[in-house]
Ligand binder design. Sequence first.
Ligand SMILES: [Ca+2]
Ligand SMILES: [Ca+2]
Ligand SMILES: [Ca+2]
Ligand SMILES: [Ca+2]
Length: 453
Amino acid sequence: MLCPPFTPTRRSGQAASNSPSPQTPTRAGLTTPSRARSARRGITLIEMMVSITLTLIIMGTVMTVFVMITGAVADNRAVMETVDRLKSATSRLQADLQGRTCSTLPWNRIESASGFFLYAEGPASDATPDSQQSWLQIPKDEIYGDLARQENRVLGDCDDILMMTVRSREAPFVGRGPNGPIESNLAEVVWFVRPAEVDGGSKPLTLYRRVLLIIGEDQWKRLGVGGSSRREFFERYDISARFDKSSGQMVANTLADLTMPENRFAHDSQKEGGVGILQTGADSPMRPFPLSGERYGEDVMLTNVIGFDVKAFDPWASFGTGADDVALVPGDFEYSAGGGARGVYVDLNSVAGGDYSGGPRPESTLSSIPGIRSIYDTWSFHYEHDGYTQRGSRDRGTDLLDSDGSSGVDDGSERETCAPYLRPLRGIQVSVRVYEPDSRQVQQITVVGNFMP
Ligand SMILES: [Ca+2]
Ligand SMILES: [Ca+2]
Ligand SMILES: [Ca+2]
Ligand SMILES: [Ca+2]
């Protein structure tokens, strides 16, 4: 018997078509209409605006923090640079004071060939920084405008002048000669402040240090320097020299020449043989200079200066007491001499009861220099034997006679002149104060020169 051939049944075919394929759910899922619609929808306008706003707020915050940090870093850097410049200037000043060639014990004599030391006190003080009597004519309202008005006591005494002869203990001084730089271990050094030349707006002060090399007669001749204009000479050269009235020419200074006030920088005598007087008016080399033209800025030590205050140590002046029992030194705001401890740095001719409480002795003829309150000067004995008459009769203090008929031959009262202060100067204190405009910070460094042997 033959078996019928196998034919697939309808059931089996249905079963095949209905049996679920393992991929079917996935394909069906990808093509679900509701899911496709949500993918195409994206974000709404409101959502977009919210996210943009949030992003802007975050960016703004980050930027603000960034600006604050960079501003603080820039301010810090500016302050650090200011402090560096201040340190550099005050260490130079300290070196000058240590290298001074002259003892501060008047009278000084030509034969000692020891140069000189001079400290001029302008009428401005920490309590009255804008004194209108000052040779500087300090434009208080124009120095940093707001600062001067709002923080009144930030401005300090800044019209004092220091001049001295200095021997360099390290590298020699370098200055400008006729054919380029020249060197010397000796120099006449001058420190002073002038208002900076700024057009409009604030007028900060600038601290200058003029260095004039002391060179020998031989080098002077070899260099071929000279000329008949004092002003041109000091604009051109950094050499200590004086105008010789008899020859009408500039001539070189030695240390011996510089013991005599009339031979120094910014000094002049009104007549041949007259006492040398510090020049502070429009003709003073401190006024038309600072160096200009191609030399502009060569003598600048420090800018943004709001105080350059020299004080003399006075063993007899006393501390004062201010509000809340704060100890005050002479020159401080609201200082009045009290019964406090003695031995304090003072502005010359500013307080009662001390070596420097009065003005310069009248015989020095230094009591009426325009814009200057007082001067300490090592002076020179040459006025007493120079063949000229400064006061009274000529050289009567050294003529080996008892010219005034009292107290013996050539006693002190016979002399024609006198140092402005006869007490030895034991030391000075110089405070240099600067203002950093961006961070509005004030920095001060104080240098002390101890002149005790
Ligand atoms: Ca002063
Ligand atoms: Ca002073
Ligand atoms: Ca004389
Ligand atoms: Ca006498």
